[in-house]
Design a protein around this ligand. Structure first.
Ligand code: SF4
Ligand code: SF4
Ligand code: SF4
Length: 340
């Protein structure tokens, strides 16, 4: 049996040549060449990333780069944590003594690798899957946050503002992949209602917004030695993903999931096989097909009710003007609770 993990690939140089680097709206692959280019700014519309799973060797450089690049954003909790009333309302979650844990999503690890060995059409594949927030086009985490702490930017980023987050984990409950992770003992709830509301701050990939704002590549993209990820305007990324999938006779994930995401995976083996094989659980998201959470009428109605409340909360906290610049959206889901 032949073992494959890099059967199909598009070289960085070939890719650049094909795209005609230097033109407006070009796709930006990773590495040294890309460092000379700039990531398209919000005026280009939503940015999306393409992850070519046939190229990932599982080296973990992206995971390390994410942690290093975002270390200043990681929480420094105060201990002991306030007692919750009632105690059963929300258990504190503390990852501060496990900051080096990199085998799942935590408040200190926003990207991790899933490795699977699967057999498809008689051939064995060793596939590595970088996992993080999918940056949904219509994100229930942002639509359903009762405090307006999670927001979607015009350039497609979904970000949780730690200054506003109460750590109630609504975002995690409604996220189809339960991506955001809570750290207790930090954030606004300590000043407002330490025992009665919230329980910390939720953390997840913010797509290195501070780098994108400067026109630079996210850390996980620029560090990758195999050019696994490509970032660019969504319509171009989608076209590229379809062309790549067609070339490798492969499969796409993220195009339709949850109504469409700004993270598009292309794999030489079907995603239902990958989903069956991946280690799933808390902090370890599945890869199954996901219906559009926000298409649910109940969720839409709830989102409509929540939206003005979120706006008032943001204004009350003095961040309204800042957040009004962010392209938000509205909506809720019944996603499984990931409370622990
Ligand atoms: S740095 Fe690139 S090749 Fe290495 S694990 Fe991450 S995506 Fe895969
Ligand atoms: S719903 Fe989940 S995957 Fe989608 S943007 Fe929010 S946290 Fe990310
Ligand atoms: S985009 Fe930035 S925050 Fe998100 S996984 Fe990559 S390095 Fe981490």
């Amino acid at each position: 049996m032949t073992k494959k993990n890099r059967k199909v690939g598009v070289s960085r140089r070939g890719f650049l040549k094909t795209l005609g680097v230097g033109g407006a709206g070009m796709l930006i692959p990773s590495g040294a060449l890309a460092a000379q280019e700039r990531v398209p700014q919000p005026s280009d519309g939503e940015l999306a990333t393409l992850l070519d799973l046939s190229k990932c060797i599982g080296c973990g450089e992206c995971v390390s780069a994410c942690r290093e690049s975002n270390a200043a954003k990681f929480p420094e909790p105060k201990k002991p944590f306030p007692e919750m009333i009632p105690a059963s309302r929300a258990k504190p979650e503390d990852w501060s003594d496990k900051r080096d844990l990199d085998g799942r999503l935590t408040p200190y690890n926003w990207l991790f690798l899933q490795n699977v060995e699967v057999v498809y059409k008689g051939e064995e594949y060793d596939i590595n899957i970088p996992r993080r927030c999918m940056h949904c086009q219509n994100p229930p985490c942002a639509n359903m946050c009762p405090f307006g702490a999670a927001n979607k930017h015009e350039n497609g980023i979904t970000r949780i503002y730690d200054e506003l987050c109460m750590g109630g984990a609504k975002c995690r409950n409604v996220c189809p992949w339960h991506i955001p992770q809570r750290q207790s003992g930090v954030g606004l709830y300590l000043d407002l209602m330490p025992s009665l509301a919230g329980n910390g701050v939720m953390y997840k990939c913010d797509r290195c917004y501070q780098l994108l704002d400067k026109g630079e590549l996210p850390a996980c993209i620029s560090v990758c030695p195999e050019d696994v990820q490509t970032i660019g305007p969504r319509h171009e990324i989608v076209a590229q993903a379809k062309a790549l999938a067609n070339k490798m006779n492969g499969f796409i994930y993220g195009l339709e999931e949850n109504g469409g995401t700004n993270t598009i995976y292309v794999s030489p083996v079907p995603f239902d096989l990958l989903n069956k094989a991946v280690d799933k659980g808390k902090g370890k998201p599945h890869m199954k097909q996901v219906a559009d959470v926000m298409a649910d009428e109940t969720n839409l109605a709830t989102a409509t009710l929540i939206a003005p409340v979120a706006g008032i909360a943001a204004g009350f906290l003095g961040l309204g003007a800042k957040l009004m610049k962010i392209a938000g959206s509205s909506g809720e889901s019944k996603g499984d609770s990931d409370e622990s």
